[in-house]
Design a protein around this ligand. Structure first.
Ligand code: ADP
Ligand code: ASP
Ligand code: MG
Length: 419
């Protein structure tokens, strides 16, 4: 008998009808002889709704993190209860637990807590008794008993962490697309489903903006070797398996294209080009706990240089204010920012052994008249920053240029209906 952890996202549990569909899928797995643990997200749109309520209620510009996490965790509490009621109605013995009831122990970093330990005793007991176990995604409890959340999309991480703790045979992420695609099928309808993608590539795709899996879930799965698959809740199919790179296997040059709308750019103009200037500019930014992503320093002209970097949009105002405060001490003539940018990235382990990926990328963008503002590369990715108005045009042009378009010209259906 094998043990399967299945995670259903917000749109999969968006109504009682859909919850019933999920319950029937879980029961079918149980009847096929598997032990089944289900992780669910809040109903579609619920976490956003709770967030809005909190911002309306809080007095300071942002609600207190401890109370915000307690509030946001209730979304998942609703779905575990409803799903368990439906399972029982359909004749399947089931038990549900919040993260704290399982005891998913996390650190105290509210809104981005990390899982430290999972007590799997109650789950194992229930499975032994033939029950389907339903666990709330996205949450845990810290050592002081405060409820924490794991960051947006965090139910994926709950599922993978539970699968690791229970040594599950597979962790199945059910969502509104039938697998991982060459790029977001909402932006490129000609995107193709991948049968498999390596952990390394999936990690890059997730960190470069593809929200189909939360990055921490992929990290966790890679670290604990959890077999991970992305599938559709609404259609039968093999989905996409996240795999290890196999020796001697021909890897595609490019597996996917990711994009990120969440970054902003800051430029410091006319700073003296001497040793230590980069550290002087970025020191105060990192002291304020702001992560910097891409960095470009120009060659100097008359001993002066310009320095540009990107940060998450949420931290943009703060980073800009810090640099303006330091501008005089740095000797900068000006500091300016731009939020109207996007980052487009090509990802593929195959590019390790092939040159010319970057130049083909630049040619494809140039052919559409898209100006590149920043570039960064690593062994398995090339990223560029461009004006946000070119997002769709750029992604589609790259998709075509690297022969990723679906051969039969089929377009994908993103939001499936319950059949
Ligand atoms: P859930 O609520 O089930 O967790 P998400 O909205 O978090 O679902 O993730 C699924 C969505 O991810 C899809 O609807 C799709 O628009 C988006 N997405 C982005 N990049 C990709 C990709 N490369 N392949 C598949 N889906 C992607
Ligand atoms: N409900 C949370 C969110 O909307 C967690 C999740 O869905 O994975 O981000
Ligand atoms: Mg998600």
């Amino acid at each position: 008998m094998s043990l399967i952890v299945q995670k259903y996202g917000g749109s999969s549990v968006g109504s009682i009808e859909r919850i019933e569909h999920v319950a029937r899928k879980a029961i079918a797995s149980r009847e096929a002889g598997h032990d089944v643990v289900i992780v669910v997200s809040a109903m579609k749109g619920e976490t956003d709704r709770l967030m809005e309520l909190a911002h309306g209620a809080a007095q300071s510009p942002t609600p207190r993190p401890r109370e915000l996490d307690l509030l946001l965790s209730t979304g998942e509490q609703v779905t575990i209860s409803l799903l368990t009621m439906v399972l029982e109605r359909l004749g399947a013995p089931a038990r549900c637990y919040t993260g704290a009831q399982v005891r998913i122990l996390t650190d105290s970093a509210f809104s981005k807590a990390r899982i430290q330990d999972i007590d799997d005793d109650v789950i194992r007991e229930d499975l032994k008794l033939g029950r389907i176990v339903v666990v709330a995604g996205f949450q845990g409890v810290d050592e002081n008993g405060s409820i924490t959340t794991l960051g947006r999309g965090g139910s994926d991480t709950t599922a993978v962490a539970l699968a690791a703790a229970l040594k599950a045979d597979e962790c199945q992420i059910y969502t509104d697309v039938d697998g991982v695609y060459t790029t977001d099928p909402r932006v490129v309808p000609m995107a193709r489903r991948l049968d498999r993608i390596t952990f390394e590539e999936m990690l890059e795709m997730a960190s470069l903006g593809s929200k189909v899996l939360q990055i921490r879930a992929v990290e966790f799965a890679g670290k604990y070797q959890v077999p991970l698959r992305v599938l559709s809740t609404f259609e039968e199919g093999p989905g996409t398996l996240i795999t290890y790179e196999e020796e001697g296997m021909e890897e595609p040059l490019i597996s996917g294209i990711a994009f990120n709308r969440d970054e902003a750019k800051i430029t410091v103009i006319g700073v003296p080009d001497h040793p230590g200037i980069a550290a002087q500019i970025l020191g105060p930014v990192s002291s304020a706990n702001i992560n910097v992503d891409m960095i470009v320093q120009n060659i100097s002209n008359d001993g002066l240089t310009d320095f540009t970097f990107t940060v998450h949009r949420n931290e943009y105002e703060n980073a800009l204010a810090i640099l303006r405060e330091h501008a005089q001490a740095l000797g900068a003539s000006e500091v300016y920012g731009d939020t109207g940018i996007v980052k487009l990235s090509l990802v593929g382990v195959g590019m390790r052994s092939h040159a010319a990926v970057a130049s083909r990328m630049f040619e494809a963008l140039a052919a559409e008249g898209i100006n590149i503002q920043m570039i960064s590369t690593s062994e398995i990715k090339v990223s560029v920053v461009v004006d946000e108005k070119y997002l769709e045009l750029g992604v589609r042009a790259l998709h075509r240029a690297f022969d990723l378009d679906a051969k039969d010209g089929a377009t994908v259906r993103v939001e499936g209906e319950v059949q």
